[in-house]
Design a binder for this molecule. Structure first.
Ligand code: SF4
Length: 174
Protein backbone atom coordinates (compact mmCIF):
# COMPACT_ATOMS: atom_id res chain seq x y z
CA UNK A 1 0.00 0.00 0.00
CA UNK A 2 1.45 3.36 -1.06
CA UNK A 3 -0.76 5.73 0.94
CA UNK A 4 -1.48 4.63 4.50
CA UNK A 5 -2.03 7.66 6.71
CA UNK A 6 -2.88 11.35 6.47
CA UNK A 7 -4.01 14.30 8.58
CA UNK A 8 -7.14 16.25 7.70
CA UNK A 9 -7.25 20.03 7.84
CA UNK A 10 -10.73 21.58 7.46
CA UNK A 11 -11.15 25.32 6.90
CA UNK A 12 -13.59 27.96 5.62
CA UNK A 13 -13.03 29.87 2.40
CA UNK A 14 -10.88 32.98 2.93
CA UNK A 15 -12.72 34.70 0.04
CA UNK A 16 -16.11 33.96 1.57
CA UNK A 17 -15.79 33.30 5.33
CA UNK A 18 -19.60 33.23 5.78
CA UNK A 19 -20.11 30.44 3.24
CA UNK A 20 -21.67 27.20 4.46
CA UNK A 21 -19.21 25.04 2.52
CA UNK A 22 -15.82 24.09 3.92
CA UNK A 23 -12.59 23.11 2.18
CA UNK A 24 -10.14 20.43 3.14
CA UNK A 25 -6.48 19.51 2.84
CA UNK A 26 -5.42 15.95 3.54
CA UNK A 27 -1.71 16.14 4.44
CA UNK A 28 -0.25 12.82 3.31
CA UNK A 29 2.32 10.97 5.43
CA UNK A 30 3.55 9.06 2.36
CA UNK A 31 4.58 10.70 -0.94
CA UNK A 32 2.21 9.68 -3.77
CA UNK A 33 3.97 11.67 -6.57
CA UNK A 34 4.85 8.55 -8.54
CA UNK A 35 1.22 7.35 -8.55
CA UNK A 36 -0.10 10.61 -10.07
CA UNK A 37 0.34 9.74 -13.81
CA UNK A 38 -1.39 6.39 -13.19
CA UNK A 39 -4.19 8.10 -11.26
CA UNK A 40 -4.57 10.58 -14.12
CA UNK A 41 -5.08 7.73 -16.59
CA UNK A 42 -7.73 6.16 -14.37
CA UNK A 43 -9.66 9.29 -13.31
CA UNK A 44 -9.05 11.62 -16.28
CA UNK A 45 -7.59 14.87 -14.96
CA UNK A 46 -8.34 18.10 -16.80
CA UNK A 47 -5.27 19.81 -15.39
CA UNK A 48 -2.05 17.84 -14.94
CA UNK A 49 1.44 19.08 -14.08
CA UNK A 50 4.67 17.10 -14.20
CA UNK A 51 6.92 19.33 -12.06
CA UNK A 52 5.80 19.16 -9.32
CA UNK A 53 3.40 16.30 -10.09
CA UNK A 54 -0.30 17.08 -9.58
CA UNK A 55 -3.63 16.17 -11.11
CA UNK A 56 -6.93 18.08 -10.83
CA UNK A 57 -10.30 16.59 -11.63
CA UNK A 58 -13.95 17.03 -10.74
CA UNK A 59 -15.80 14.22 -9.01
CA UNK A 60 -18.84 13.96 -6.75
CA UNK A 61 -19.48 17.66 -7.38
CA UNK A 62 -16.08 18.66 -5.95
CA UNK A 63 -12.92 20.06 -7.42
CA UNK A 64 -10.12 17.77 -6.27
CA UNK A 65 -6.35 18.21 -6.67
CA UNK A 66 -3.89 15.49 -5.74
CA UNK A 67 -0.30 16.61 -5.07
CA UNK A 68 2.56 14.36 -3.95
CA UNK A 69 2.12 15.31 -0.30
CA UNK A 70 -1.40 16.77 -0.18
CA UNK A 71 -4.97 16.38 -1.44
CA UNK A 72 -7.13 19.52 -1.74
CA UNK A 73 -10.94 19.34 -2.00
CA UNK A 74 -13.36 22.29 -2.23
CA UNK A 75 -17.03 22.91 -1.41
CA UNK A 76 -17.62 20.21 1.19
CA UNK A 77 -20.61 20.04 3.53
CA UNK A 78 -18.62 19.00 6.59
CA UNK A 79 -15.77 16.88 7.94
CA UNK A 80 -17.74 13.64 7.49
CA UNK A 81 -18.04 14.28 3.76
CA UNK A 82 -14.35 15.26 3.59
CA UNK A 83 -13.31 11.97 5.25
CA UNK A 84 -15.53 9.96 2.91
CA UNK A 85 -14.01 11.53 -0.22
CA UNK A 86 -10.42 11.32 1.05
CA UNK A 87 -10.93 7.62 1.90
CA UNK A 88 -12.29 7.05 -1.63
CA UNK A 89 -9.24 8.82 -3.08
CA UNK A 90 -6.92 6.80 -0.88
CA UNK A 91 -8.43 3.62 -2.36
CA UNK A 92 -8.13 5.02 -5.92
CA UNK A 93 -4.48 6.06 -5.40
CA UNK A 94 -3.52 2.70 -3.90
CA UNK A 95 -5.38 0.74 -6.55
CA UNK A 96 -3.77 2.75 -9.40
CA UNK A 97 -0.37 2.19 -7.80
CA UNK A 98 -0.93 -1.55 -7.24
CA UNK A 99 -2.07 -1.97 -10.86
CA UNK A 100 0.60 0.29 -12.39
CA UNK A 101 1.95 -2.64 -14.44
CA UNK A 102 -1.36 -2.71 -16.36
CA UNK A 103 -1.92 1.08 -16.63
CA UNK A 104 -0.27 3.41 -19.17
CA UNK A 105 0.94 6.42 -17.11
CA UNK A 106 0.00 9.82 -18.55
CA UNK A 107 0.65 13.50 -17.86
CA UNK A 108 -1.79 14.52 -20.61
CA UNK A 109 -4.81 16.62 -19.62
CA UNK A 110 -8.26 15.94 -21.01
CA UNK A 111 -9.41 18.50 -23.62
CA UNK A 112 -11.14 21.51 -22.08
CA UNK A 113 -14.73 22.56 -22.92
CA UNK A 114 -15.32 25.89 -24.69
CA UNK A 115 -16.89 28.92 -22.97
CA UNK A 116 -19.41 29.85 -25.69
CA UNK A 117 -21.38 26.57 -25.89
CA UNK A 118 -21.80 26.76 -22.10
CA UNK A 119 -22.79 30.43 -22.11
CA UNK A 120 -25.40 29.80 -24.83
CA UNK A 121 -27.27 27.44 -22.49
CA UNK A 122 -27.22 29.76 -19.44
CA UNK A 123 -30.12 32.15 -18.66
CA UNK A 124 -27.78 35.16 -19.26
CA UNK A 125 -29.53 37.30 -16.65
CA UNK A 126 -26.37 37.92 -14.59
CA UNK A 127 -28.48 37.30 -11.47
CA UNK A 128 -25.44 36.33 -9.36
CA UNK A 129 -27.18 33.43 -7.60
CA UNK A 130 -24.18 31.27 -8.52
CA UNK A 131 -21.85 33.62 -6.61
CA UNK A 132 -20.27 34.94 -9.84
CA UNK A 133 -20.75 38.51 -11.12
CA UNK A 134 -21.91 37.45 -14.60
CA UNK A 135 -22.99 34.38 -16.58
CA UNK A 136 -19.79 34.76 -18.64
CA UNK A 137 -17.61 34.44 -15.52
CA UNK A 138 -19.71 31.45 -14.45
CA UNK A 139 -19.18 29.82 -17.88
CA UNK A 140 -15.41 30.27 -17.54
CA UNK A 141 -15.56 28.71 -14.04
CA UNK A 142 -17.37 25.70 -15.52
CA UNK A 143 -14.59 25.20 -18.10
CA UNK A 144 -12.11 25.19 -15.21
CA UNK A 145 -14.16 22.66 -13.23
CA UNK A 146 -14.66 25.14 -10.39
CA UNK A 147 -18.43 25.46 -10.93
CA UNK A 148 -20.85 22.81 -12.10
CA UNK A 149 -24.30 22.50 -13.64
CA UNK A 150 -25.91 22.41 -10.20
CA UNK A 151 -24.46 25.82 -9.24
CA UNK A 152 -26.82 27.84 -11.49
CA UNK A 153 -30.24 27.65 -9.75
CA UNK A 154 -32.29 29.34 -12.53
CA UNK A 155 -31.01 26.94 -15.22
CA UNK A 156 -33.99 25.15 -16.80
CA UNK A 157 -34.23 21.39 -16.57
CA UNK A 158 -33.90 21.12 -20.34
CA UNK A 159 -30.73 23.23 -20.52
CA UNK A 160 -29.34 21.49 -17.44
CA UNK A 161 -29.65 18.22 -19.36
CA UNK A 162 -28.03 19.74 -22.48
CA UNK A 163 -25.18 21.20 -20.44
CA UNK A 164 -24.56 17.86 -18.75
CA UNK A 165 -24.46 16.17 -22.15
CA UNK A 166 -21.98 18.74 -23.43
CA UNK A 167 -19.73 18.35 -20.36
CA UNK A 168 -19.82 14.55 -20.17
CA UNK A 169 -16.88 13.90 -22.57
CA UNK A 170 -14.77 16.32 -20.51
CA UNK A 171 -15.64 14.50 -17.28
CA UNK A 172 -17.08 17.75 -15.89
CA UNK A 173 -20.72 16.67 -15.72
CA UNK A 174 -20.89 15.79 -12.00
S1 SF4 B 1 -26.87 31.87 -11.44
FE1 SF4 B 1 -26.94 31.29 -13.60
S2 SF4 B 1 -28.14 32.94 -14.54
FE2 SF4 B 1 -27.46 33.69 -12.57
S3 SF4 B 1 -25.50 34.75 -12.99
FE3 SF4 B 1 -25.01 32.67 -12.41
S4 SF4 B 1 -24.86 31.62 -14.36
FE4 SF4 B 1 -25.98 33.48 -14.76
Amino acid sequence: MLLETYRLEIFNSKCNPGAMAVHCFAHLDQDVSEAIPYLNTVLGGFNVTREPPSVTFRSQGKLITVHGDKIAINALKDETEARKIVEWLKREINEAWDKRGEIEPSYESLPRPQVMPILKLLPKTNCRQCGEPTCMVFAVSVTEGVKGVEDCPPLTEENQKKLKEYLTPFKLDF
